[in-house]
Ligand binder design. Structure first.
Ligand SMILES: C[S@@+](CC[C@H](N)C(=O)[O-])C[C@H]1O[C@@H](n2cnc3c(N)ncnc32)[C@H](O)[C@@H]1O
Length: 423
């Protein structure tokens, strides 16, 4: 362990938290990729090592994403609530925390597989793809027809309770069978040469993903038993948290990884999820990124900060537009912190895994800002653990201009900010 100086919010580099050789795809964590996923080992270690003293009955993840925290809460036998504006995130979180009956799933997969053997185009009932924007630009006709057939078989051969399990596997195939470039979260189309030799095995991909997910489910079912108290909602953390879902002081522990900037200039959750959100006709598929934190541009700063004021001034001097983008995000972020702070009981703990980003060559220490905002709402900073990001789980570079290949350095360390609500 080694200290990194800061006058108010102590950072401690702790190599243990890098989890270099850990299997991050254990249990249902293997189901589906998602941008900027939290490593399950972090949620697990936080729940074990930083749990609040006294009651630990409810864990809250206000940016649930693919549900990493909820799965770990489930495994620890603790009730959890998650929220996310992205319908795909909610689907993943729910499915990853559901103890489906393995036997039923295996039997239903066999039924589907036996139908796939005799596939003919004429069997596909729904060949209208109008709900998928620009569908012939993004898919071959062969892929669209086969994806539609998979949807049809899921509808016919899985029970209503099990359908979502299969939809999660299909969701990944919908993305992988498209002409989107590998390794990008944004929607960049492959080059023409690559498209001419791209013939995805749509059925094979689906079968392999279902089989992989069944293995994850079997392990998950072993460790969770049937005790499962997980709830996923779609409220916006920048608006008040609905009191019929969480009352002030209900939450014992928050374990989360929020976005570290708006979707356009950092990670585009909406673009990544658009394939599945459109395929399943989920709401706001095309506009999601504008609804997420920082999606609406504001012209004024609604918060006071000491911890990052120099950095904000510096960015403002270099580029007014970029300054307003950062401020728009921080306006939403600080409002959401005020809401989340209220939901936590006295003595409760919040753990935020955040990244620093660089804008106009200025590093913005979001960990200091997070600690400062929580301290305005009755919390005391405990520690900030600094971990290196060993795997490329998210692009270390991002393209604010939306031009492929036009990259700037954004982050390589993660900061786990831990605060306690003052008794
Ligand atoms: C870094 S990801 C969470 C990843 C998650 N920890 C995991 O392991 O998959 C941040 C999430 O915040 C969600 N989000 C952004 N703004 C939001 C808001 N205002 N209210 C609720 N969720 C929001 C995004 O849709 C995204 O899924």
């Amino acid at each position: 362990m080694q200290n990194m100086e800061h006058k108010d919010y102590k950072r401690v580099i702790d190599d243990r938290w890098s989890f270099r050789n850990a299997n991050t795809k254990e249990y249902t964590h293997c189901y589906h990729s998602y941008p900027a996923m939290m490593i399950p080992q972090i949620a697990r270690a936080l729940i074990t090592e930083y749990r609040p003293s006294g009651r630990l009955k409810l864990i809250f993840d206000p940016y649930v994403g693919s549900g990493t925290t909820l799965v770990e809460a489930c495994i620890a036998g603790i009730k959890s609530i998650g929220t996310d504006l992205n319908p795909l995130a909610r689907l993943l979180s729910r499915v990853k925390c559901t103890t489906y009956n393995e036997r039923e799933i295996i039997d239903e997969l066999s039924e589907i597989q036996s139908r796939l053997l005799f596939f003919q185009e004429s069997m596909v009932r729904d060949c209208s793809f109008e709900h998928i924007s620009n569908y012939s630009f993004w898919y071959s006709k062969d892929s669209l027809i086969k994806l539609s057939y998979l949807s049809q078989l899921i509808d016919e051969y899985s029970s209503s309770f099990n359908k979502d399990f299969f939809k999660v596997a299909l969701s990944e195939v919908v993305r992988e069978a498209s002409y989107t470039r590998n390794g990008e979260f944004k929607r960049f189309r492959m080059k023409e040469e690559a498209i001419s030799s791209f013939h995805p095995d749509v059925f094979g991909l689906f079968e392999r993903k279902v089989q992989r997910n069944i293995c994850g489910l079997q392990l998950f079912n072993k460790v969770t038993g049937l005790c499962n108290d997980t709830h996923v909602y779609d409220f916006n953390t920048t608006e008040a948290i609905p009191s019929d879902i969480i009352c002030d002081g209900d939450v014992d522990m928050v374990v989360t990884s929020p976005p570290y900037g708006d979707s356009r200039t950092t990670v585009s959750y909406g673009q990544f999820s658009r394939w599945a959100n459109e395929w399943f006709r989920f709401e706001n598929a095309a506009t999601l990124d504008n609804l997420l934190m920082g999606g609406k541009k504001t012209k004024t700063k609604n918060f006071d900060t000491i911890s990052i004021s120099e950095q904000l001034n510096e960015i403002g001097q270099r580029d007014e537009k970029r300054y307003l983008e950062v401020v728009s995000f921080l306006n939403d972020y600080s409002t959401s912190i005020a809401n989340i702070a209220k939901s936590v009981r006295k003595g409760g703990v919040v753990c935020y895994v955040v990244g620093d980003r660089r804008v106009k060559n200025v590093q913005i220490p979001l960990d200091f800002f997070t600690a400062e905002m929580f301290e305005k709402h009755g919390f005391k900073h405990n520690i900030t653990i600094v971990r290196e990001i060993p795997n490329k789980r998210m692009p270390s570079k991002s393209s604010p201009t939306n031009i492929a290949g036009n990259h700037v350095e954004t982050m390589s360390n993660e900061f786990i900010v831990i605060l306690n609500k003052v008794e």
